[in-house]
Design a protein around this ligand. Structure first.
Ligand code: GLU
Length: 295
């Protein structure tokens, strides 16, 4: 089977150094395997989206030599597919409407368990829709982080698949589209490591294949937080891509001795020495970031 990887940003701001690392990491893995690299714009959360960010990201990636092998998929066009998956899940009897607020769930550590709601239905108010989490250990082998195990009931509880506002949750949309795009390997930041068991559970319920997973180390800011939490802080500059691209490669553990004058040439040079196994040398950490603008 041909390797198909993807980069799936949410358009919540400009491409920043943390997302550049995820894009470069997934691109290198796909090209190393002789496979394809796809793009997906995860624009299903209008309240969090920033106008123009999707177009900005799609224009910025090629400036870094990152060109997709197919037309990007926009999740905003995929509503019917999510509706169908939602109905398929409802037919299992494991999906239920829920009016519980965060404070309702505070006593149980924020977790909703065993399909038991604290709040009663509220007339005239739309519910969130949750999928009941089984008392089940989901195990998977991450190509970089090693063996992972999570008990869904204990760790995440009954999770939301459709939000109060009517938007589908990331977990559901991601699983439906990874299958739709025939993604065989998901390479992304390790902030999503603990979402993966929920995604595997959804794949099983929906009869979808489970891709391989590789979770990259995260770029942290000076306070030790994930860089993308402060999206506006470190935008990369498409007019001057080489310094940030070198920093991203170095963050991933690659030392590229090259006086390449354009990003595509630098990436091709990096690919020569690239081995996904070498990524394991690096953990979540701050990076020496060149070529970004502080704001
Ligand atoms: N859209 C998600 C983000 O920007 C990433 C989703 C994924 O790679 O599965 O954090």
């Amino acid at each position: 089977m041909t390797y198909r990887g993807r980069f799936a940003p949410s358009p919540t701001g400009c491409l920043h150094f943390g997302s550049l690392v995820a894009a470069v990491g997934s691109w290198l893995c796909a090209r190393h395997a002789g496979g394809q690299w796809l793009l997906r714009m995860e624009d299903i959360d209008p309240p969090r989206e920033v106008a123009g960010a999707a177009a900005d990201m799609l224009a910025t990636l090629p400036a870094f030599g990152l060109t997709a092998d197919a037309t990007p998929l926009f999740q905003s066009t995929r509503q019917p597919a999510y509706d169908a998956a939602f109905e398929q899940l409802r037919a299992t009897g494991l999906v239920f409407p829920c009016w519980c607020s965060r404070s309702d769930l505070a006593a149980s550590g924020g977790l909703h368990r065993d399909g038991r709601c604290v709040a009663s239905p509220i007339e005239g108010r739309a519910p969130a829709w949750r999928l009941r989490a089984p008392d089940l250990d989901i195990h998977f082998e991450d190509a970089l982080q090693g063996s992972q195990r999570q008990n869904l009931r204990e760790s995440v509880g009954d999770f939301v698949i459709r939000r109060v506002e009517g938007f589908y949750a990331y977990q559901l949309a991601c699983v439906v589209d990874d299958a739709f795009q025939d993604v065989t390997e998901v390479v992304r930041g390790s902030d999503l490591l603990d979402a993966t068991p929920r995604q595997i559970h959804l794949q099983r319920l929906l009869g979808l294949p489970t891709p391989g997973y590789l979770h990259l180390p995260l770029v942290l800011d000076a306070q030790g937080r994930k860089l993308s939490k402060s999206d506006a802080a470190h935008p990369v500059d498409p007019a001057n891509p080489l310094p940030a691209l070198r920093s991203a490669l170095s963050f991933l553990g690659l030392t590229v001795e090259s006086d390449a004058s354009d990003p595509a040439e630098l990436l091709d040079r990096a690919l020569v020495d690239f081995d996904p196994a070498h990524l394991s040398r690096c953990g979540n950490r701050r990076a020496a970031i060149a070529g970004i603008s502080e704001s």
